[in-house]
Design a protein. Structure first.
Length: 121
């Protein structure tokens, strides 16, 4: 019984730690395999702004873009390396970060005053 309680406490502490760390962690379970954690980063569009405006990711990491505005937006690299296409209101699209380390500026191609930066390390 004590072992079961300790296990549940450990899960609660781990969950709180991940929440405070600010990263989105998803756990997947494959048949016959142990669970694996996969990291993803989310950029939220709200009030005609990218939030956060600057993120740091690993090469090829998945980036989610969620639009909480009432109009469509894009997340488009100024050098053409990535482009979500239109992300409609209430929708989410994903793309892979560039594999080459560097700094990549992006805009909303519809509202070009909306800017942000992805740093690949």
């Amino acid at each position: 019984m004590r072992s079961l309680i300790n296990s549940r406490v450990a899960v609660v502490v781990l969950s709180a730690t991940l929440l405070l760390a600010g990263g989105a962690i998803s756990i997947t379970q494959n048949a016959g395999a142990s669970s694996m954690a996969t990291k993803s980063v989310t950029i939220t569009i709200h009030n005609f702004m990218f939030m956060p405006m600057k993120i740091t990711v690993t090469p090829g990491e998945t980036i989610k873009v969620t639009n909480k505005d009432q109009v469509a937006h894009t997340l488009t690299a100024t050098d053409g390396k990535f482009n979500t296409g239109n992300v409609n209101p209430g929708k989410t699209k994903t793309f892979k970060a560039p594999t080459k380390p560097g700094t990549y500026d992006y805009i909303c191609s519809i509202h070009q005053y909306m800017t942000g930066e992805i740093v690949v390390k």
